[in-house]
Design a protein around this ligand. Structure first.
Ligand code: SF4
Ligand code: SF4
Length: 89
């Protein structure tokens, strides 16, 4: 009888782009939080930085972002852009 060889699925390559949220444009509406497909790819900030709206509440976790673009497409304030993934991630 042949020995069973475990099949390891190939890892999907990471997207070369990740989302970035502009604290100058974010209104804190949390629409992006309602569509994010991965747990904690976007998180609420503990402290709110000084911004024109004074209510930025979210930021992208670079290592968890797969570059799906959902958050960018739903953001009503165009506060999210896709930028090159830092080479270390
Ligand atoms: S959807 Fe846009 S404006 Fe709303 S919280 Fe997310 S980044 Fe900010
Ligand atoms: S691009 Fe997709 S994976 Fe990345 S932060 Fe936005 S919703 Fe999450």
């Amino acid at each position: 009888m042949d020995a069973l060889i475990p099949i390891i699925p190939p890892q999907k390559p990471k997207s070369k782009l990740i989302a970035r949220i502009s604290s100058d444009l974010c209104s804190g509406c949390e629409a992006c939080l309602s569509v994010m497909p991965h747990k904690d790819c976007i998180v609420k900030l503990d402290s709110q930085p000084h911004t024109p709206f004074g209510m930025v509440v979210v930021d992208v976790q670079n290592e968890k972002c797969t570059g799906c673009t959902l958050c960018m497409r739903i953001c009503p304030w165009e506060a999210i852009t896709m930028v090159p993934r830092p080479s270390a991630q």
